[in-house]
Design a protein around this ligand. Structure first.
Ligand code: GLN
Length: 193
């Protein structure tokens, strides 16, 4: 299996050791050809506005949307979750807009307010997992059918809708591979036959 790391900006390199330990190949995706070759994609944390701009400038947004429509599993981390969201900051649509949630950027405070929160993740059998939040978005609402795998207080922080997964925190900064393994097990899901 070939896992793509969207490598336009942000913290994509931190995923490589995890994927190696999971025994899959990873490739950094910076153009359309690489986008066509992968089996699934991680959209890393970083700066969503910059990543959105590069996706457009490099002509990668439409090909990526096509792959997601065709059922390619995708995981958005923090800024990646913002790109996937249908709604960002009151009414704007996310660059990809394929995950039916509404998010508010930087809702837990700016860089200085980044923190580690202990969260329970029943789907992984984990209690008090240290979730690292860095200028994270808050998921403010979600459509029916979006599964909530973990909460920070009342806020969903790990969600899944069919083959689309999002975490508003950064599991790649921890040394375990729980989230990567979970993502690698997500099945491809095609909307139309
Ligand atoms: N605050 C960033 C944004 O709005 C996300 C931060 C992150 O990915 N760690 O894009």
């Amino acid at each position: 299996m070939l896992v793509g790391l969207l490598g336009l900006q942000g913290a994509f390199l931190d995923h490589i050791p995890h994927l190696k330990r999971c025994g899959v190949d990873a490739v950094i995706v910076r153009d359309i050809d690489a986008m066509e070759a992968i089996d699934r994609l991680i959209i890393p944390g970083g700066e969503s506005t910059v990543m959105a701009k590069f996706l457009d400038e490099f002509g990668m947004r439409a090909p990526l949307l096509r792959r997601i429509d065709d059922g390619m599993p995708v995981w958005g981390v923090c800024a990646g979750a913002i790109l996937l969201a249908e709604q960002v900051d009151d009414g704007h649509s996310g660059s990809l807009g394929v995950l039916p949630v509404a998010v508010r950027r930087n809702a837990y405070g700016r860089q200085i307010a980044s923190d580690t929160q202990l969260i329970d993740i029943p789907v992984l059998g984990l209690r008090a997992y240290p979730g690292i939040f860095i200028r994270a978005p808050r998921i403010e609402s979600l459509a029916e059918g979006v599964k909530v795998h973990a909460l920070r207080g009342k806020d969903p922080v790990f969600v899944q809708h069919a083959h689309i997964m999002a975490t508003t925190f950064h599991p790649e900064l921890n040394r375990d591979d729980w989230f990567h393994r979970f993502f690698l097990d997500i099945e491809s899901f095609r909307n139309t036959p």
